[in-house]
Design a protein. Structure first.
Length: 326
């Protein structure tokens, strides 16, 4: 099933999606029809400039959501939080989907609404995600600071195009899980949700506030698609370090532009991003208990196991052997 829409400021996802699937909305709740699957979509408005939509369902067919640019510039900030560990496909500029997996949790996106995107959710899997829509002026008032770094200045500024990814921390996952279990029949549930969603935004924007304070480059749909493709190339084979010259050729960008845009979008240099992904994969394999430390080290491309242990301990505070038993 494909659902396509234009991201205008007054667009209400739930209302139009209900029409698309032949369902009705009651008290800001859409129950998924039985023929399509099970679950629901709920919405909370905290005023004209701040709202959230919570998706919790399992469908009998793939769901493809296509967000098209409104052509009206950036007048809305969208924060997309995908918390479950089933693979999710995402694409910009109608390029092939890039998979985000359970071992690479770059599942938080902060984006302007002038970028088009396509997200594919697989059939017969539980889908849990939240979308926060907030106006730049309202976010500015929440942040209440006149010393914002360049990343936050870009997000809250007027007419900027941006795309940022952040990892889903354990604290953020727990908060999202707690939000999904709130009893909305409680008289003060709306008040509670508003506080907790602001806490969620604090965690995200606090992390973004720690990024290097450097000039931000303009980004468009083609750039976004290339960056996702490069990310996929980096993690495709974690035993082989990335070569900047080759990646720049694949992206059809200069090495300077690729380095700048990649670090801007993902918050890390290409090599550091690769090293972090490599250590996350190593940690995953060690936790499975099916591989020895040596096997994991060699699979991750380390010929020197002492070097592997030092790099791993730098990331996790424990050497691989102790980590596997922890």
């Amino acid at each position: 099933m494909i659902f396509s829409f234009s991201a205008t400021p007054d667009f209400d996802f739930m209302t139009y999606f209900a029409r698309h699937i032949g369902a009705t909305v009651n008290d800001n709740l859409l129950v998924i029809p039985e023929y399509l699957g099970e679950g629901s979509i709920s919405k909370l408005d905290f005023g004209p400039d701040f709202k959230i939509t919570i998706h919790r369902y399992q469908l009998k067919e793939d769901l493809v959501i296509k967000r098209n640019t409104s052509g009206q510039g950036n007048d809305l900030i969208t924060v997309f939080l995908y918390s479950n560990e089933q693979p999710l496909g995402i694409a910009y500029n109608d390029d092939p989907y890039v998979q985000f997996s359970q071992r690479e949790d770059s599942a938080i996106q902060v984006t302007s609404n002038d970028l088009s995107s396509t997200i594919r959710f697989p059939a017969n899997h539980s889908i849990h995600y939240m979308v926060v829509a907030i106006k730049p002026q309202y976010l500015t008032s929440l942040l209440a600071s006149n010393q914002l770094n360049s990343t936050l200045q870009t997000i809250t500024g007027s007419g900027n195009s941006f795309l940022y990814f952040e990892q889903m921390t354990a604290e953020t996952k727990l908060l999202l899980k707690n939000l999904s279990t709130v009893d909305m029949q409680d008289n003060l549930s709306h008040f509670y949700m508003q506080i907790k969603v602001q806490e969620l935004l604090y965690l995200i924007f606090h992390k973004l506030s720690t990024r290097e304070n450097t000039p931000q480059q303009h980004i468009n749909n083609a750039d976004a698609a290339r960056l996702l493709h490069i990310r996929n190339e980096i993690i495709r084979d974690l035993s082989v370090p990335p070569v900047l010259r080759e990646l720049a050729q694949i992206a059809a960008m200069s090495e300077t532009k690729l380095k700048q845009l990649f670090k801007q979008a993902f918050g890390a240099t290409i090599y550091n991003y690769y090293q972090q992904a490599r250590m996350e994969e190593a940690a995953f394999l060690l936790k499975q208990g099916k591989h020895s430390v040596a096997e994991v080290g060699y699979e991750m491309g380390f010929s020197n196991l002492s070097h592997f242990s030092r790099v791993f301990e730098k990331h996790y505070g424990l050497n691989p052997k102790k980590f596997s038993y922890s």
